[in-house]
Design a protein around this ligand. Structure first.
Ligand code: BGC
Length: 749
């Protein structure tokens, strides 16, 4: 029986190979995988498709583990020898030392490769801004801040560091990057995105996937990336996490699919599915998205893992199935390969039963096992399941920290600098206050040492807060006072008294670190207590600088006029304090630019690429698009002026490339980096056009008192939109190319 099955399998596999024109080494790869599959029972195949949480094999209760953490050998035995689990994820509550990771991974892999079906486990973790569950790892700014650098090369270097340090912790699979667009500012995971624009997010996607994976091929410094959360997770109508999203197919294609498509073209090895529902259907139960779109149209051949408990949620929360059995059938039929179960084995029991009763074919399990084993093979796990932990001597090195510092430094965005009050003289007497002034937790945000990032017990020793960093660089007197925690005034009289004795006050405003459902909020306005702190300080007449450390853009329009200068620091990580201080004192010339539109009003979230009707002042003088700051905005201490915009010729055919050039002059005495952003407006189209779209950008260093010409080659195909028939098209007509205040029209024939 098993022999017949093997012959059929190998036969269909060879057929697949001959159709695919695969290379010899690919053939060898697949023959290793098929040989493993041919020896697996139904139970083993289902096990391969199962991912459990570390808690399940640890001493203590799930979510209430014994401390210090210890694996439970009996539970591990059951996971490997009874359930044959293919994957384990997460951390038991909080960050571990590298030594502890080494113990965990070694024990798991030793058992998995000597017992059970002898297949190594693939361990996965959310190392989303550095390896945030390993003590002393290099912590980077969160994704939204990475996008604010507008520097894909730097982001690629950072991703390579994270991959290396992940492997140094024995973990080869990173649940990152988030490729959902940040177009709903209320959403609790806004900071995990690359912002609102498709083009910018695509460039960051490409850089990150390359940094994580390189060529992979068993490279012990690289990890499998996991593009998440496919598809349409980030724009809940209510703004609340995991609540319904309605996005038209055309908009999905034009805005929400391209980042994933980019990642697939860069060979992203894995994908995680959106926990929520899209257009009325939970994505975990939607074959059109998980098979037709993901596999057939986008050509993804890696492994698709569910998000946390999402098969259970199909019956428990979404109510599209009556029980677990029906839920498993829906998800498997839709196209998932691995279930992040993660706290029980109900998935296994149901799937084994479905296969044994003939409702799901065993060949369907083979399909998923083939993808899972392929990823394990690409990572070199089949040959080297236990890493050589001594190899990773660069873990947490100065070199790595400097890349994180540079990333944070280039992300920090100067939004206001009235009368050029900044850069600040180092001898100034400064009061630093506010909830984010002396808090590594607020500076880092969620997914830092713990899931929600609130517990300060595990903060990186020696990492500096905003206050500590300012104190370190200053030559004057630097004082600290809280003034207000996140929601309540604290020692306000003392804070005001200290403000009176200082030359300038830096108020560090913040938001409670949080993500997913715990991060849901009802109001985007900056909490009242922080506004009161600002008003009280402002009465002293001392100039005020804001440093903003938010999970999402909190509305500050009422207090904005009280500040002379404003920096957006995003969630800048362990080196964000020093990066901010360097920007403040001018050791670094600010070069970050907003990767989203910063709203001015809590009821008006209009992105930069809105429609003409959203301008709304055409007839009635009403405010429509009226943000606090526009997408792409950010000041410098240098003065940049743009001139000589050249667009080559005026008429182009549809397969041409537009040659754009522009001259930028830095008329100041400071070297500075500037991001040249090329926007294009389609003046008339069959689907209402956006007022403008970002179509290219470059970040360049322009030396003091000098000029530079920057060139872009933009294929006409980049100007396409998705038409009524759901096809990408460039319709003939007039397009206006805009850089800074300059613009020139071209005609596409
Ligand atoms: C999140 C994912 C994450 C997973 C594993 C889920 O709750 O939505 O982004 O990768 O947990 O921690």
């Amino acid at each position: 029986m098993r022999l017949i099955k093997t012959i059929t399998l190998v036969g269909s596999f060879l057929l697949a190979l001959s159709c695919n024109n695969s290379t010899e080494s690919e053939n060898e790869n697949y023959s290793e995988i098929n040989s493993i599959i041919s020896k697996m029972s139904i139970e083993e195949k289902v096990g391969q498709m199962t991912q459990i949480n570390l808690d399940v094999i640890s001493k203590g209760e799930i979510f209430n583990l014994q401390t210090p953490h210890q694996l439970d050998s009996l539970k591990l035995d059951s996971a490997i020898n009874h359930y044959f689990v293919g994957s384990i994820l997460n951390v038991g509550g909080h960050t571990y030392t590298r030594e502890h990771w080494e113990d965990i991974i070694t024990e798991i892999q030793t058992k998995a490769t000597t017992q059970g079906n002898k297949i190594p486990v693939i361990y996965g973790i959310d190392a989303i801004h550095g390896v945030n569950y390993t003590v002393d790892a290099t912590l980077f700014p969160q994704q939204i801040a990475q996008a604010a650098t507008w520097n894909p090369e730097l982001i690629k270097m950072g991703a390579a560091v994270s991959a290396y340090e992940c492997r140094a912790s024995g973990i080869p699979w990173n649940f990152s990057p988030v490729l959902d667009l940040g177009r709903q500012p209320l959403w609790s995971r806004f900071f995990e995105t690359y912002g609102e624009d498709v083009y910018l997010a695509k460039q960051m996607t490409k850089a990150t996937i390359n940094g994580y994976q390189g060529e992979t091929n068993g490279d012990k410094e690289k990890v499998a990336s996991c593009m998440k959360h496919f598809l349409g997770y980030s724009t809940p109508l209510s703004g609340k996490d995991r609540t319904p999203v309605w996005v038209h197919d055309r908009q999905l294609k034009e805005y929400y699919i391209p980042t994933f498509e980019t990642a697939i073209n860069e060979n992203a090895l894995t994908v995680m599915i959106n926990s929520g529902e899209l257009n009325g259907i939970p994505v975990h139960a939607n074959p059109e998205i998980l098979t037709t779109l993901l596999r057939d149209e986008l050509g993804f051949k890696g492994l698709a893992v569910t998000d946390w408990e999402d098969i259970i949620k199909l019956y428990r929360d979404h109510k599209v199935a009556r029980n677990m059995r029906e839920a498993v059938k829906l998800a498997i039929d839709a196209g998932i390969d691995m279930s992040m179960t993660p706290n029980d084995y109900s998935f296994n029991r149901a799937l084994i039963d479905l296969v044994k009763s003939g409702e799901i074919k065993e060949s369907r399990l083979d399909e998923s096992c083939r993808r899972i084993l392929w990823v394990k093979q690409q990572l070199g796990l089949l040959k080297n399941p236990i890493p050589d932990f001594d190899y990773y001597t660069e873990f947490g090195s100065e070199k790595h920290k400097n890349i994180a510092l540079e990333t944070a430094s280039e992300s920090i965005t100067l939004l206001k600098n009235k009368d050029n009050i900044l850069p600040l003289k180092k001898e100034s007497n400064i009061l630093v206050c506010g909830p984010a002034a002396n808090s590594l937790n607020i500076q880092n945000g969620a997914w830092t040492h713990t899931w929600q990032g609130i517990d300060s017990t595990y903060n990186t020793k020696g990492a500096l807060t905003f206050y500590e960093s300012i104190k370190q660089l200053s030559t004057g007197k630097v004082d600290y006072s809280l003034g207000s925690n996140l929601n309540q005034l604290q020692n306000i009289a003392e804070t005001v008294a200290k403000a009176k004795r200082s030359d300038i006050v830096v108020i560090c405003l913040g938001e409670l670190p949080s993500t997913e459902i715990p991060g849901n909020i009802n109001d985007l306005t900056l909490p009242k207590a922080q506004q009161e702190l600002i008003k009280a300080i402002s009465k002293t007449g001392k100039p005020i600088v804001f440093a903003l450390s938010f999970n999402r853009p909190r509305v500050i329009n009422e207090v904005e006029p009280l500040a002379s200068a404003i920096f957006h620091c995003y969630l800048s990580g362990d080196y964000g304090g020093m990066a901010f201080a360097k920007n403040l004192f001018g050791d670094v010339n600010p070069s970050g630019k907003l990767p989203f539109t910063y709203p001015k009003h809590t009821g008006s979230f209009i992105p930069y690429d809105h429609k003409y009707t959203e301008i709304l002042d055409i007839n009635f003088g009403k405010e429509g698009f009226d943000p606090q700051w526009e997408f792409g905005f950010g000041l410098s201490y240098s003065n940049f002026t743009y001139s000589n915009l050249n667009v080559g010729k005026t008429k182009y055919s549809s397969n041409d490339t537009i040659s754009v050039s522009i001259e930028i002059t830095n008329s100041s005495s400071l070297n500075g980096k500037e991001v040249i952003q090329v926007f294009v407006s389609d003046t008339v189209a069959s689907i209402t056009p956006s007022v403008k779209r970002l179509r290219a950008f470059k970040k360049v260093l322009i030396e003091a008192n000098s000029s530079q010409t920057v060139e872009f080659n933009i294929p006409i195909s980049e100007l396409a939109f998705v038409n009524l028939n759901n096809k990408w098209v460039v319709e003939p007509g007039c397009f206006v190319i805009k850089i800074g205040d300059l613009e020139k029209a071209i005609v596409v024939e």
